[in-house]
Write a protein that binds this ligand. Structure first.
Ligand code: GLC
Length: 389
């Protein structure tokens, strides 16, 4: 008997299988705006005239093969996929396009930066995502399309044509990550047709929810709130997506681990952004922080990658949980240095140990679980998970 075709829902789960376990990815925002270093919205926020901004297309000279370094760094950080801006709102394409000369092959870089990126991800065994902005400040019909049907027709053909190029010229792509759908609605963008084309060209791909359709996964931005379906929180490292050398503050390794704990507990992913310099260098302190996170994941990854079963938990001062079946992982962020108890666990705890280390004695009094034999110093100063069965 021929196999029964999958239902839409079954096929979505098939395509999402790797993503549901991926947990951690690297977002790369790279474009002409990187040369200015004042956020990727700089053209719009500073009202830079197009003719002036366009000159950045010729002055951009990235260094050799930066994507190889990003992919190696992502791997070391314990990240399992990347998403890179193939075209941001500025309209400049990092890929070769037949549909516009405003692209990296024909202008300054004189190279296909998307091809380099794809090759680099594959070399490290990482999944490949393409960010693509629907909103386009460079295309003459990018705003007109809202009020003029002929302009809309031209613009939508252009956008669909570019998405087709991205889905055709770079081998297997794992994520299509649309962004900003101003100024049209789903009907105006012909979003149903857009997605159908992407699935046809890339049968294993997953698509986000930013072309005004729900797609395969949700994308909460700069906040972490679990959704009831597949989801991914995208977060900046320092408040800017594009290269931001004048931003003084970065999320610390402890904060990144905290975010990972939070997404894991909600069954989601963290897409943490890096904005490389125009040369393509991910500035310090990001590489160092990512490596620290990666080392931590190397030791305690089990409590993050696989521990994504939902559980109700009360807030507590010292830490928070992830869960896999009957195993709980209590991520202790504030090490008390002495025996302590966890309140509000409505289950029997049979054993406890410091992950990768010492067994602890458990005394349970109803929903108060006392842990005894706690060392004075935190076994891991970043965060120590205690495994409870
Ligand atoms: C927003 C911003 C954009 C950024 C994106 C990342 O939509 O407009 O600059 O690329 O979020 O999620």
């Amino acid at each position: 008997m021929p196999a029964k075709p999958l239902t839409e829902e079954q096929d979505r789960e098939r395509r999402l299988a790797w993503f549901r376990r991926a947990r951690f990815g690297m977002f790369i925002h790279w474009g002409l705006y990187s040369q200015l270093g004042r956020h990727e919205w700089v053209m719009n926020r500073e009202r830079i005239p197009l003719a002036e901004y366009e000159q950045l297309a010729d002055t951009w000279k990235p260094g050799p093969w930066p994507a190889r370094k990003w992919a190696k760094l992502a791997k070391a950080a314990g990240q399992r996929y990347l998403v890179m801006t193939t075209k941001h709102h500025e309209g400049f394409c990092l890929f070769n396009s037949e549909l516009t000369d405003y692209n990296a092959v024909k202008r300054g870089p004189k190279r296909d930066l998307v091809a380099e990126y794809v090759e680099a991800c594959h070399a490290e065994g990482l999944k490949v995502g393409f960010y693509y902005s629907l909103m386009d400040w460079h295309h003459p019909d990018g705003a007109q399309c809202k009020v003029n049907e002929k302009a809309r027709r031209r613009f939508v053909d252009f956008i669909h044509g570019q998405i087709a190029e991205l889905c055709t010229n770079y081998g297997k792509i794992d994520i299509m990550w649309y962004d900003v759908s101003w100024p049209l609605d789903a009907a105006g963008w012909e979003s149903e047709k857009m997605n159908a084309m992407v699935y046809k060209l890339q049968p294993d791909i997953i698509i986000n929810n930013r072309n005004q359709l729900p797609g395969d996964f949700g994308t909460p931005e700069e906040h972490i709130v679990a959704e009831t379906r597949a989801w991914e929180a995208c977060m900046t490292f320092n408040g800017s997506w594009g290269y931001g050398p004048i931003e003084p503050e970065y999320r610390t390794p402890r904060q990144v681990l905290g975010m990972l704990r939070q997404v894991a507990a909600g069954g989601g992913n963290l897409l943490l952004n890096c904005g490389p310099s125009p040369e393509g260098i991910i500035p310090s302190p990001q590489p160092k922080i990512l490596k620290q996170v990666g080392e931590w994941l190397g030791k305690y990854g089990e409590s993050i990658y696989d521990a994504t079963d939902p559980m109700q938990q009360e807030w507590s001062f010292l830490g928070a949980f992830t869960r896999k079946g009957d195993t709980l992982y209590y991520h202790v962020n504030r090490w008390p240095g002495q025996d302590f108890s966890i309140g509000g666990l409505h289950c029997t705890i049979e054993s406890a140990k410091i992950m990768g280390g010492k067994k602890l004695k458990v005394v349970q009094e109803k929903d108060r679980v006392l842990l005894k034999g706690i060392p004075a110093e935190a076994p891991d100063p970043l965060c120590t998970p205690i495994e409870l069965k």
